[in-house]
Design a protein around this ligand. Structure first.
Ligand SMILES: [Zn+2]
Length: 434
């Protein structure tokens, strides 16, 4: 039973530098459809091909070579043309006028393999990795399809299309929504009651590229610039030491101060940006990787980086405390190898320093962004298992429910020991951006 499908059209907030990736994706998607259509349409000389399997067998390899699309989008392009060919054949049978299908309308088909649908944004596969687009939700969505279907947890996403309006230069997701089965729904409402709203912002720290990357996809600070300034300071200091005069010695002192001040300013700015992001997404928690032994774990990490990370963490921690947000550290194990979309964990997922491609579901994104989502996910798991394990009246449940989560060492231990018992989905508990 497919159930009734509703369509909600929502405008997408596409990062301007990624618009071209979507246009290219559309061009290549239509190329797949048109090549297929040409191949399948044999009227009036022969029967048209209406088997998706036959078309895929004949064309898949060729189209995969000719385009930069993922396997799933190539397949969708082929299928779209075969669907149209089938309709054409039906018209021919009814003696109606028709011709070989041609595709030039701006449209790309996305399903759960080529897109990840969320209530507030969608992640779309493109010719150049994934792009994350926020929905532009109107002020009063209640009476509109957006409020009734898109934002409604009783509806789930089905195969949808991405379209483009030339007159306004805007991208739209035509989201197909299907009402979920009743028993699924009841389950989700019962867990809703005992789940407290908790939202986690994951933060990944780096020795190069961006200093910090959040699970909401914000790249903060410039680690390369910090490294560069650090090296320049070292160089100047080295040459001054050689002159050995008293005035040179004083300059070193002032330079150390200047260096120190600049670094601290930079770290303050970064911490403010992380807090802004947490505040904007109504987060209750911020998750960092465990910072001990950072130099052993992280290739290229210097004592300077360990200092900078600890300092940034401290800034975030004390500023967060003032606005009632908890800051936690989680184990860094596998955060760079795990796919934040499907959970598949393997070292080959990490294609290069900054590129992550899941070998199972083909999810492609910036490697640090992927890691930040996993860091958020780890804390989330810990928080969920903590709430579940404490149902016997242990103090951690009260702390969680009251919203003043004040974890001490003992609480960590009791939560960790029951972590594997965790499996229920709590709809109000989420990693922002995941
Ligand atoms: Zn995956």
């Amino acid at each position: 039973m497919e159930g009734v499908i509703r369509t909600a059209k929502v405008k997408l907030d596409v990062p301007s530098e990624r618009c071209d990736d979507l246009h290219q994706t559309k061009n290549q998607f239509l190329h797949c459809a048109n090549i297929t259509s040409e191949w399948a349409w044999k009227h009036p000389n022969d029967y048209c091909v209406t088997s998706k399997q036959k078309a895929e067998n004949a064309l898949y390899d060729q189209l995969r070579n000719e385009t930069e699309l993922t396997a799933n989008l190539v397949q969708k392009g082929i299928r779209r043309a075969i669907e149209a060919t089938k309709s054409g054949v039906a018209r021919l049978k009814k003696q109606e006028r028709t011709s070989q299908p041609h595709f030039d309308a701006w449209s790309v088909v996305y399903d759960k393999r080529s897109a990840t649908f969320h209530r507030d944004h969608v992640s779309l596969s493109t010719v150049n990795g994934r792009v994350e687009c926020d929905y532009v939700i109107p002020d009063d969505p209640e009476e509109t399809p957006i409020g009734e279907y898109l934002l409604n947890e009783d509806y789930e996403f089905r195969m949808s299309t991405l379209q483009y309006d030339r007159s306004t230069e805007s991208f739209y997701l035509h989201a197909k929504m299907r009402r979920t089965e009743r028993d699924e729904k009841e389950q989700s409402t019962t867990t809703f009651d005992d789940a407290k709203h908790r939202t986690v912002l994951g933060v990944d720290l780096n020795v190069d590229g961006s200093l910090a990357v959040t699970s909401t996809g914000v790249f903060i600070g410039n680690a390369d610039e910090m490294n560069h300034r650090r090296r320049e300071f070292e160089k100047t200091r080295g040459s001054m030491h050689q002159t050995g005069t008293r005035s040179a010695h004083l300059s070193i002192q002032s330079m150390n101060d200047r260096e120190h001040r600049w670094m601290q300013d930079e770290l303050h700015r970064a911490s403010n940006r992380i807090l802004e992001e947490a505040h904007e997404h109504d987060c209750t928690h911020i998750a960092f990787e465990n910072l001990t032994d950072i130099r052993k774990r992280m290739a290229g990490a210097k004592r300077f980086h360990a200092w900078a990370f600890r300092r940034l963490y401290q800034y975030v921690e004390y500023k967060a405390e003032m606005i009632g947000i908890e800051v936690e550290q989680v184990s860094p194990a596998y955060t760079s190898q795990r796919c934040s979309s499907c959970g598949f964990t393997h070292e080959t997922n990490r294609q290069s320093k900054h590129q992550f491609v899941c070998q199972k579901c083909e999810y492609e994104l910036n490697a640090d962004y992927n890691a930040s989502k996993n860091i958020g996910h780890k804390l989330l798991k810990r928080l969920r298992s903590g709430q579940k394990s404490s149902s016997g009246g242990a103090p951690c449940q009260c702390a969680l429910k009251s919203g003043t989560l004040n974890l001490n060492g003992d609480f960590y231990a009791s939560v960790e020991s029951t972590a594997e018992g965790e499996s229920t989905d709590k709809p109000t508990t989420s990693v922002v951006g995941n």
